[in-house]
Every structure is written in C-alpha cells, then in structure tokens.
Design a protein around this ligand. Structure first.
Ligand SMILES: *Cc1c(COP(=O)(O)O)cnc(C)c1O
Length: 522
C-alpha cells in the first residue's frame, strides 16, 4: 500500500476479524499512529527557512556526503506523534501495576520536586567538590539510613541497578576470598531465584549450582547444608523470596554458610516487605543490594533508571568499591577516589562506575525515607504485606495458590494456572487483563510454579483499586476454568492484538525498510 503524504491510510471498514472499524483507524479518542517515517518524508522539512546563502565549509572535508534520511516534521506533528504513542502506554500514574518482584509503587510528587532542585539536578560529576557539598551530604545521609535500616557495616552507593549491585557484592566476596588465598569456584542459587542471580554469578566467573526448594516454597536447608564445602564461595538468597515467602531459616542458613567458609549474598529486591521490621545484618547476611527504585520509589521500567546500593558486613566492607562520599571531622564531605586509596581504603576491589552513582535516585530515595520517617517505613512494610494478603485471600478460591496453605504471604501473592480448562493458560488470562484496563502481572516467574502469576500490589494501592483488580481477575479466572475460548483472542480492545513477542524480542526490526537506512555522517 502506498503511504499518502499526510501519513494516515484510510482503513477498510472491517479488520481481519470482521469487526467494524473507523475510517481513520482511531477508536474514539485513542488515536492510531503510524511511524515517523510514514507521517513525514525525507524530502520535507518541518521548518520554513529561506534558503541559506552558500558559505565556504569549515569542516575540512568531513561534511556529510549523503542526506541523513530522517523525515522532516514540524514541531506540532512531532509532539503529537510522541504524545499519541505515550497514550498507548500503561503507567503507574494511570492505574495499578500488579507486576510481582518489580515493586511498582506510586512515586510521590515531593520526590520529583526535590530531585529537580538545580543543586541536585544540574550538578556535574567533575565539579569541584566544595561546590557540591549539599549533594555529597545527601549521598552520605542516605548511606547512613541504609546502614541503619539494614543493620550492616558498610555500603557501596555507586551500583546503578539491582543486578549491578549483585555484581558489586560478588566482586567484594571474590576480593575477600582472594585476600585469604582461597580459590572457590561455585555459587549456590535457589531454583526460584531471579534470573539476574545466576547471571551475575556466572559473569563474576563462578559456576552456578541450584539448591532445591521444599514443597512449602522455601530453601531446603538440609540440601543446602549437604552441598556446602570448600569449593563454595557464596550462596545467593532472596528474602523474602520470589515465591512471596519469608525464609524463616535465614539465620541457620547464614551460620551454616559461614562455618563452611563461604559468604551469604542476599537479593534485597523484596526489601519493601521487611523494611523497618527486619534488619538483614541480624540474619548474618554479608552483602545485599537495595533497589532504591523499588523499595524507596522512583519511576522505573523499560530498563531504567535504577540504583542498587550494596550494604556490606564488617568482613566485606574493606573490599567495597571506590569512590565513596565521606564526612570529615571538620564537617566537610569529600569523594574518596582511587588516588587516595593508599591511605583510606587500600583493599577496594576497584570501581563499578565512572562517577558516583545516580544522584536523581539518591535524592528521591532520601526524600521518600525522610517523608515517611522510621515509623512510616515500618508501615510501608506492614501495608504492602497486608495488601498482598488481601489479594491472595480474595482470589484463592478461583485461582490455585500453591503456597497459601503454608501461611500468609509477604508483599507478593503467587498463583498457578492449575484448573484452567480447554487449553487456556496464564498468557490468556494476562491478555484479558489488558482488556480490563490493567497491566498484566508477572507471568511464568518464578519457574518453580507452573504457569506462575506473581502479583505485588504494593502499599500505595487503596482498597478500592485492589477490589477493582480482584473483580477483574476473578471474572477472567472463572472464564479460564470454564475453558472459554474467547480468551485466546484477548486483548480485543487494545490498539494492538496479540503480537509475536518472541519474534519481536529475538529479531527486532529497528530500521524502517521503505527508505534507505539512516546514514550517519560519513
Ligand atoms: C528487580 C529484581 C532484580 C534486579 O534488579 P534490577 O534493578 O532490575 O537490576 C533482582 N532480583 C529480584 C528478586 C528482583 O525483583
């Protein structure tokens, strides 16, 4: 089909499914939007300048030899393009985001205001340190809150995501082992772990071995003990775990790991459920990342932005990375860099990032912490666990909840697809949720539960919004159990129907083929 100059193509009055369509393809105020290359044209420009006088070039032969191949669009056309696309997206500011493990909570506007203060937002990492004393104080103050809340000894603030923090923690463990001349090769990871755990251990040069779970969804302590030995460097444990359960044997696990000469890494992504209630340091943990963008709010998703400070035990703190912000006796703050490592921090394993970490996340996290206060943070954990249990108990009669019998869940509730009939599976329920106006929950993770649906409402959802979500899931679950084949067609109200997500992920088409691929200067 040829593309007409003004971008849109008249639709046929019915789509492939035979449903009536509008001539524009728009559905009420949800607007169909072609690609930039379809709206604009490389022969047009969006601005209306008179021809420029020709001048001698000063680029010394480096000028572009071909057109860049980008479509010319005016400002309103460009603004509308991106606004229309953004309206097809779901966001935490639109509704409940039940993604388990991700902790998608409301992001208070106060945090955004604070993060945008020019003294935080506009600092440059190479600015003289005396001009950024306030920013360094924020980093330092947040570090003390994290130490206080976790009961740990030291903290590396610079890692830029949970997974990056895991790597930082394992590199500390590696440095500590190397310092005592101990070559250990294996990291043990439970079957239910987030994929970043084994990936991190492998990236840090370790061989990964699984530790099994009990039928109750917890780490099998006896199996773990029997695998411990002189080749095991560390055990990576998530607590509360990704089945939404607290590991009650954590202290026994840590003691066993330590007496075998290994270290305990805790994946702290689920800290939201225990903040202010449990201090990981009291459980014998040696290193744990805190996803500031989960537990302490920050708009996240789509790969960023994030921040994953790692708290460290006394045994690991000497090996933490550079640089770090330190307060001096005269009340000033300094960034301790590599050059001063000889005096201050001689055993640092190196550095994780070029500069100091994510200033925007630090300010948001500290604003969140200070506006809640110690008592408010405790209530965060209590309310998030209460909300998760409300979801669990409201759905367990229509969805199989494999661990519901072993007691309350932590801040996420897990269900399986057991009992679905007629070939209906988790993906069909998730797609039908889109029609009901909800982002789907986390699906098929953790792997230990068949057709897993992991729901984390977080503490910032009201009872009214939970009730609406529960009503939607109950209705779809009943259809799934009745083998309702219409679920296979869902979503029917979304701008796009079912996409081949595997193909899109494995073979992404990132250039628009109808034109020459865009050429950079050459
Ligand atoms: C989110 C998450 C991670 C990874 O954190 P990122 O900040 O996305 O890198 C690791 N483990 C668990 C359990 C998580 O939920």
């Amino acid at each position: 089909m040829t593309v007409n100059p003004s971008g849109w193509r008249p639709s046929s009055p019915a789509n492939e499914q035979g449903e009536a369509r509008t001539v524009t393809g728009n559905r009420a105020l949800m607007l169909e939007e072609p690609l930039l290359f379809e709206i604009g044209s490389v022969d047009h420009t969006g601005v209306d300048f008179a021809d420029l006088p020709t001048r001698a070039t000063r680029l010394g032969g480096l000028e572009r030899v071909r057109p860049i191949g980008l479509p010319g669009l005016s400002e309103p056309e460009t603004v509308r393009h991106y606004t229309r696309l953004s309206r097809q997206n779901y966001a935490i500011d639109l509704g409940l985001f039940p993604l388990g493990s991700c902790t998608m909570k409301h992001n208070p506007r106060l945090n955004e205001k604070v993060a945008r203060l020019p003294g935080f937002a506009d600092v440059h990492p190479l600015q003289p340190q005396e001009t950024v004393q306030g920013a360094l104080q924020v980093i330092n103050e947040l570090a003390f809150w994290l130490l206080d809340l976790t009961g740990m000894h030291g903290v590396a603030m610079s890692p830029k995501a949970g997974a990056h923090g895991e790597l930082c923690g394992l590199l500390c463990i590696r440095a500590a082992l190397e310092a005592r001349g101990d070559k250990r090769e294996v990291v043990l990871v439970p079957e239910s772990a987030h994929g970043t755990n084994p990936a991190t251990a492998a990236f840090a040069g370790y061989r990964v071995e699984n530790i099994p779970a009990t039928d109750a969804g917890r780490v099998d302590l006896e199996a773990l003990k029997s695998r411990l030995g002189p080749d095991v460097a560390a055990v990576m444990i998530t607590n509360p775990n990704t089945c939404g359960l607290f590991e009650p044997d954590m202290k026994a696990i840590s003691d066993a790991v330590h007496s075998a000469g290994a270290f305990v890494y805790c994946d702290g992504a689920n800290f939201n459920a225990i903040v202010g209630k449990v201090r990981p340091g009291d459980l014998g943990i040696d290193a744990m990342h805190i996803n500031l963008h989960k537990t302490f709010s920050t708009p996240h998703g789509g790969g960023g932005p994030g921040s994953g400070p790692v708290v460290l035990s006394e045994a690991l703190s000497p090996y933490g990375p550079l640089p770090f912000a330190a307060k001096y006796p005269d009340g000033t703050y300094k960034i301790v860099e590599e050059e001063t490592a000889g005096e201050q921090h001689p055993n640092a394993f190196g550095r994780m990032v070029a500069f100091h970490g994510q200033m925007g996340m630090f300010t948001r996290a500290l604003a969140y912490i200070l506006s809640h206060g110690a008592d408010g943070l405790k209530q965060v954990a209590e309310d998030s666990v209460l909300n998760a249990n409300y979801v669990l108990r409201s759905l367990e009669d229509v969805l199989d909840a494999p661990f519901a019998k072993s007691g309350p869940c932590m801040h996420e509730a897990i269900f399986s697809d057991r009992g679905f009939e007629g070939g209906i599976s988790t993906i069909d329920l998730a797609k039908a949720l889109i029609d009901e106006g909800f982002h789907p929950m986390t699906m098929y993770f953790p792997l230990v539960v068949h057709g897993a649906m992991l729901v984390e409402p977080t503490e910032t959802e009201s009872k009214a919004s939970l009730d609406q979500f529960i009503t939607a899931v109950r209705s779809i679950a009943q259809r799934a159990k009745a083998g309702d084949q219409s679920l296979k067609a869902a979503p029917v109200h979304a701008p796009r129907r079912r996409l081949d997500e595997t193909l899109a992920a494995r073979k992404p088409v990132l250039t628009y083929r109808e034109h020459e691929p865009a050429q950079a200067a050459e």
